[in-house]
Design a protein around this ligand. Structure first.
Ligand code: GDP
Ligand code: MG
Length: 207
């Protein structure tokens, strides 16, 4: 089977987390290299895209941001459907945004219903580490890493969308783990189709 023919390089990435943690700002910093202090509800397109090269492969990240509906937890099926990676974002200065991570993760798994629940690529981002020079921080790096460990060793990044700190690194990791996940699925589907053709060769019925 020619696996290169069916390999997608379009990766759907979704950003989840409480309102105000900086999801839109991280996306704007990563894609447009822009930051705004002024809070404005996300409007317009469902997603933005960014192309990058990974190991001589052209990868298009399709990044889905909420339009402020996360407040009501009514994001709808289209938002979650077919996601290749889910970026969970919290604000290191606001404990509630860390406490709700479990809910966001559960909601994602329920709505997106991925084939590999155990190994689905999530990544955790602790944003706004610049605020007050780090003095108003309440969630420690250790707490965050412990949470990641408890969910199957998720990658963790501490970022500042404002100062453009660690933003590229976080999204590069997103692309890496999403690609890797696709590869695993290729192997899985290849396994299925081989089983099917074996059955066909034997004359149809396996029972
Ligand atoms: P969203 O609701 O998760 O999309 O959050 P936004 O991206 O709209 O950000 C909410 C507010 O936090 C805005 O006023 C941003 O300017 C601000 N903000 C976002 N990221 C950072 C950051 O890294 N540092 C600081 N100091 N402010 C940030
Ligand atoms: Mg937003």
């Amino acid at each position: 089977m020619n696996t290169s023919m069916k390999r997608r390089t379009l990766l759907k990435v979704i950003l989840l987390g409480d309102s105000g943690v900086g999801k839109t700002s991280l996306m704007n910093q990563y894609v447009y290299k822009k930051f705004s202090q002024h809070y404005k509800a996300t409007i317009g397109a469902d997603f933005v895209t960014k192309e990058l090269h990974i190991e001589e492969k052209l990868v298009t990240l399709q990044i889905w941001d909420t339009a402020g509906q996360e407040r009501f937890q009514s994001l709808g099926g289209a938002f979650y459907r077919g996601a290749d990676c889910c970026v969970l974002v919290y604000d290191v200065n606001v404990p509630r945004t860390f406490d709700t991570l479990n809910n966001w993760r559960d909601e994602f798994l329920k709505q997106a219903d991925p084939t590999n629940v155990e190994g689905f690529p999530f990544i955790l981002v602790g944003n706004k580490i610049d605020v007050d020079g780090g003095n108003s921080r309440v969630v420690t790096e250790r707490q965050a890493r412990e949470w990641c460990a408890s969910k199957g060793n998720l990658p963790y990044f501490e970022t500042s969308a404002k100062e453009n700190y660690n933003v590229d690194e976080a999204f590069l990791c997103v692309a890496d783990i999403a690609l890797n996940n696709e590869h695993q699925q290729d192997i899985y589907f290849q396994g299925i189709s081989e089983t099917v053709s074996e059955v066909e060769q034997r004359g149809g019925c396996a029972c």
